[in-house]
Every structure is written in C-alpha cells, then in structure tokens.
Design a protein around this ligand. Structure first.
Ligand SMILES: *Cc1c(COP(=O)(O)O)cnc(C)c1O
Length: 367
C-alpha cells in the first residue's frame, strides 16, 4: 500500500524498554527487574493520589469533563495565570504535536539542539518540515542564534533542562536569546524537568507567567509524568497566550485525557510536599552516581534532572546496557543519539545500589 511519502524517512520512536519485556525475554522475576530507563519517579505515586483514584475507579464508564475546568483552574492558580492560558494534553508530548501542527507545513524550518528530545524531530518530519540542528550536542544559544539568522525558523525547541543529556540553560540567557527572536516564531520551552532544575539552582527556574508575558510567542510545557509521578496517566500541559491556546484547541480531539488521569493530576497538585521530598531525595542519590563515575574515571554530564548521562571510552554503551538488561536492569543506551553513553534514571537508594553492583559486574566481565 502507498502511504504518505513523508513517512518513508521517519523512524519509530523507541521508548524505554518495559519491565514486561525483560520478564518475557530473560525469564527474570518481575519483582527483580529494575527500570531506570524512562525517568519515572522511583518513589511511586503519592499515596493521596492513589487513594483518590481508587475511590473513583467505578467512574470510568463516564467520559471526562471535556472542559477540564478544575485541572485548568488548579494549574492557572499554581502559575498565577488564567484558564484561557492553559491546555491539557495526553502527556506534554501531545502539546508538542499541537505546536508542530499549528505552525508547520512542508518546507517550514524547525530549530533544535543536536541531541535533544527525539519527538521534536519526529513530529516535525510528519509534516515534512526541515530540521535544523546545532553543531553542539548540548544547547548552545550562540549556535541557535547564528542558525536562526541564517535560516529563520517557524519553531524553536528549547529543552530546559535537556533530555537525554541533563544540561540546563540559565533563565537569563534564555531571556536574552528570546529578545532577538521574531514574534512570529513559536518558541517552545519544554520544562519536563523544570521542577528538578529549579530545586537545584534558582538561576535555572523559568516562571511560565513571566515567560509568556515577556514573550507572547513562547509556550511553556509541563508534564505530570516525571516529578509528579504519573507517567502511566499521560497528562501534560501547555501555558501560553490565549491566541496560541485557542488555536491549539482547533487541533485537539475531545476527551484527550481520561477521567482517571484528570482526577489524578488534580490530586497530585494538592500534594506538592510529596513532590519536593522526591526531588530532594533525587539529588542526594545523584551524588552517589557522580562519586561512582569519578571513582571509575567515567565522564558524566552534570545533571539538573532525575537522570544522569555517563559517557564511556573503553566500553561500548550498547553492550553495557544489553548486559545490564540480561541481569534485569533497564537503562537507556544513547547509541541511537550518536553517543557512546548510557542515561540512567536516578532510582531509589536500593535501586541505585543494585545498579552500581550490576554495572561493576558487567564492566569486570567486559574488561
Ligand atoms: C518525558 C518528556 C516529555 C513528555 O512526557 P509526557 O509523558 O508525554 O508528558 C516531554 N519532553 C521531555 C524532554 C521529556 O523528557
């Protein structure tokens, strides 16, 4: 069958491997499998959210409130904005898709860092847009500027902090850069890990209200999948000026998140203490990874997120991650991004101890 021509050059996004796969392929007891591959919150969902969902399970025959009134209100209050500045998506991934469909068509230019969230490129290619990438892997705004002056762009994606590398731009440099951008270019600030960055360093904190008031062509994206521990519920949001949000509504399908997801997100926002506690633990556990890397002589990228990227010289990352997988430890190999590196989600203390032990074993075997 003939399909849309643009799909020929598109590869399928490879998500982090699920626990079920390791159980099936290597016969490992599911209780023994540790997944540190998709940057989920290792402490699980807040007990308050779990209790709320349990009480609502019987409601799943009902469509959700399509206005998403309460969630939008709660988010608007949290960020000191109005409901008309908020749109909810099935993960912030869906908002990324709205951005592309609202701004791009064949021949549009989309500017991004060389090594960044893979979905930017995939969505852009779906509409046959041109992808323009910086030469440096990590975000370098000087290179962004040069490329922008040379080619212009319909959309610029800034991943702050960046997945899969973990580095993070300063708020001030982002603002300085935004001042030079034409009002007709949509600038997407993907804040999937902003909660972590803001905790670690106040200079990295981007206030969505300040951002969109200063730059009406910017949109801020947030997600409940990482710090808020709701990856399985698929809820994300976009915050922008009303003209952007109302345009996105033309693209959105009705009921784009579930009744239970909606309730979970609202409840999660009521338990900020849980979130902050998880973030604090994240950074104290991350120190163990930094120590481990130093001790082994591995280079790592200082991270403002809940994962850390470790680069190898004498080992092949693909082999290392495969051998970890066979032992029931799932990490993310970054070979597909052109890097000899692995990205490891910072787990609970126990999970991290296990990772170090298994990695020691694997490295010893590969020596
Ligand atoms: C995880 C992630 C997202 C979106 O995740 P959803 O689960 O779709 O909300 C967006 N951007 C980056 C950089 C991410 O790492």
């Amino acid at each position: 069958m003939k399909f849309n021509e643009v799909l020929k050059n598109l590869s399928t996004y490879e998500a982090g491997k699920p626990i079920e796969l390791v159980v099936r392929e290597y016969g490992i007891d599911p209780k023994e499998v540790v997944k540190l591959a998709s940057n989920e919150n290792p402490y699980g969902t807040s007990p308050k959210v779990v209790a709320k969902i349990e009480s609502l399970v019987k409601n799943m025959y009902l469509y959700p409130d399509d206005s998403m009134f309460e969630l939008k209100e709660t988010l608007a209050n949290k960020f000191d904005l109005e409901s008309k500045n908020v749109i909810i998506g099935s993960g912030s991934d869906q908002i990324l898709e709205f951005c592309i469909h609202a701004k791009c068509q064949k021949g549009s230019n989309v500017l991004m860092a060389k090594t960044t969230f893979a979905m930017y490129e995939i969505y852009a290619k779906q509409v046959d847009a041109n992808i323009i990438k910086t030469e440096s892997s990590q975000h370098n705004l000087k290179e962004f500027s040069d490329l922008y002056k040379k080619y212009g762009a319909d959309i610029i994606f800034l991943c702050i902090p960046n997945n899969p590398l973990g580095e993070c731009l300063d708020k001030n440099e982002v603002y300085e850069f935004l001042r030079t951008i034409d009002k007709d270019t949509l600038v997407v600030v993907d804040g999937a890990y902003q909660e972590y960055a803001a905790f670690k360093d106040e200079n990295k904190r981007i206030c969505p209200k300040d951002l969109i008031n200063s730059f009406p062509n910017a949109i801020y994206l947030g997600t409940f999948s990482k710090a808020y521990a709701l990856g399985g519920m698929r809820v994300g949001y976009g915050l922008a000026k009303e003209d952007i949000i109302s345009t996105f509504y033309k693209i959105r399908a009705p009921f784009n998140i579930t009744t239970l997801s909606l309730a979970a997100a609202i409840e999660a926002l009521k338990d900020e203490e849980f979130v902050q506690d998880c973030i604090a633990k994240n950074f104290s556990e991350m120190k163990r990874y930094e120590e481990y890397a130093k001790q082994k002589g591995f280079e790592y990228i200082p991270s403002y997120t809940n994962f850390i990227t470790i680069l190898f010289k004498d080992f092949v990352s693909k082999t290392v991650s495969q051998k970890l997988l066979e032992r029931g430890m799932i990490v993310r190999d970054l070979t597909g991004y052109g890097l000899n590196a692995i990205r490891v989600t910072i787990g609970s203390s126990e999970q991290n101890t296990k990772l170090f032990k298994l990695l020691d074993e694997v490295l010893e075997e590969l020596k």
